[in-house]
Design a protein around this ligand. Structure first.
Ligand SMILES: [Zn+2]
Ligand SMILES: [Zn+2]
Length: 425
């Protein structure tokens, strides 16, 4: 903090001194400007001043639109900025012929705006976990999304215009980058609307997970198309765009994950409807009789999973949209159903034993490896913790987030759908 103030003050003093010196030499406005632009040391001071001003503007906008940043947001921002700076430097090597102060300024502006897109994305994801959303929050998110959307649109427009009138140039990269940012604004805005609807409703909204998934699928698809188009054009016009490899890979991976998630949840729900028996009154009497997802008593409309745990079928449906495991013992229902379908023993097999803690997951023997997210995306196997039954949420503070939402907030690592869906790049 002190250091930032010191740098700002030094830069201001230096700029003042340089400009005053030039004016004392030339006595008139125009010659002063010419003198300043011709003198390299003066220009260096002015460039530093420009960066300091950008930094101050960033701080100001952060205060206006976000207030205090959370530690996770800050960390995330720094991490992503490093990647962006590296990729920008790589992009400079492709366009070294166009290199000019204007070019650097445009890239700085792009990075500056990117930071706000990332922060907005993080902030909206945070809505799901924070029970109190004030009207200031809504005002900030909406005004920021509006501002970013308009700016992105204008930049895309400008880039298209420039490419059409003056041919392919570095504007190709800018047009593409702003188009990607525009899809990001769209995703964040849809997620914001979904979270807001969920917050307004009395009961947790069962279908939110589906809409989140399809949003991810739709925008992921647009992103992949954009990257493929960009790669093709760049290879034709300039050279292979090395700097776009990493973001393109991430976009493709994210899209693949969204597709897999959509298929998995549909399959789990179809299995539930067709394969699992309805719980009989005897089943209900033999068990606790309380659905652990919504914490309400079960009278009718309950389904029995292959592991013999019983839940409301409506609760299971929304649960399977987020993950395809038993909420109590975390048995993988897709794998269990597949075992059931192969020359089936008449009775349901005994519950699959949960994997031991910390052990790396062994690949399934029956070759159905595509059926489990953690085989497809090894990083997610960390969620496959053994089944300590989720604690029932205590009554304190659980009025709004009863049921599935409370389970998702239980202290054991069941991932929030946003955490599953949002790939941290
Ligand atoms: Zn229930
Ligand atoms: Zn179970």
């Amino acid at each position: 903090m002190v250091r930032a103030t010191l740098v700002t003050a030094t830069s201001l003093v230096l700029t003042g001194a340089v400009v005053a010196h030039a004016y004392l030499l030339k006595h008139q406005f125009y010659p002063t400007v010419v003198y300043l632009t011709k003198s390299s040391p003066s220009m260096a001071v002015l460039y530093i001043q420009a960066f300091v001003l950008v930094f101050l503007l960033g701080k100001f906008m952060r205060k206006v639109f976000f207030g205090q940043l959370r530690a996770a947001e800050m960390e995330h921002l720094i991490e992503r900025s490093w990647y962006a700076v590296t990729e920008t430097c790589l992009a400079f090597t492709v366009f070294r012929d166009d290199f000019s102060p204007r070019f650097v300024a445009l890239f700085t502006l792009l990075l500056f705006l990117k930071c706000f897109h990332w922060l907005a994305e993080d902030r909206v994801d945070f809505m799901e976990r924070s029970p109190n959303i004030s009207w200031v929050f809504h005002m900030r998110v909406l005004s920021l999304m509006g501002l970013l959307g308009v700016l992105d649109f204008l930049f895309v427009n400008h880039a298209c215009h420039s490419i059409i009138t003056r041919g392919a140039s570095v504007q190709l990269v800018f047009g593409f980058e702003y188009a990607i940012l525009l899809t990001m604004v769209l995703t964040t805005l849809i997620k914001y609307v979904l979270h807001t609807i969920d917050l307004q409703s009395e009961n947790p909204w069962d279908n939110k997970a589906v809409y989140m998934l399809y949003t991810e699928l739709f925008t992921g698809f647009i992103k992949v198309l954009l990257y493929i188009a960009f790669m093709t054009i760049m290879i034709k016009v300039h050279t292979f765009p090395l700097f776009a490899i990493r973001p393109m890979y991430l976009a493709m991976r994210q899209f693949k994950k969204a597709v897999t998630d959509a298929i998995m949840s549909r399959r789990a729900i179809r299995n539930m409807n067709t394969l699992y028996p309805d719980a009989t009154p005897e089943d209900l009497q033999a068990s606790d009789n309380v659905c652990i997802i919504c914490r309400e008593e079960m009278v009718t409309g309950a389904k029995k999973l292959p592991c013999n745990h019983i839940f409301h079928s409506s609760c299971l449906r929304s649960w399977f949209q987020r993950q395809q495991t038993c909420p109590t013992c975390r048995m993988d229902v897709l794998r269990a159903s597949n075992n059931n379908q192969t020359p089936a023993p008449a009775q349901a097999p005994p519950p699959a034993p949960p994997a031991p803690a910390n052990a790396p997951p062994a690949p399934p023997a029956n070759g159905e490896s595509q059926n489990h997210v953690s085989w497809v995306f090894p990083g997610f196997s960390r969620w496959d913790m053994p089944g300590t039954p989720p604690q029932r949420a205590t009554s304190a503070g659980s009025s709004r987030y009863g049921g599935a939402a409370a389970l998702l907030r239980a202290p054991h690592p069941i991932p929030l759908v946003s955490e599953i869906l949002t790939f941290r790049s």
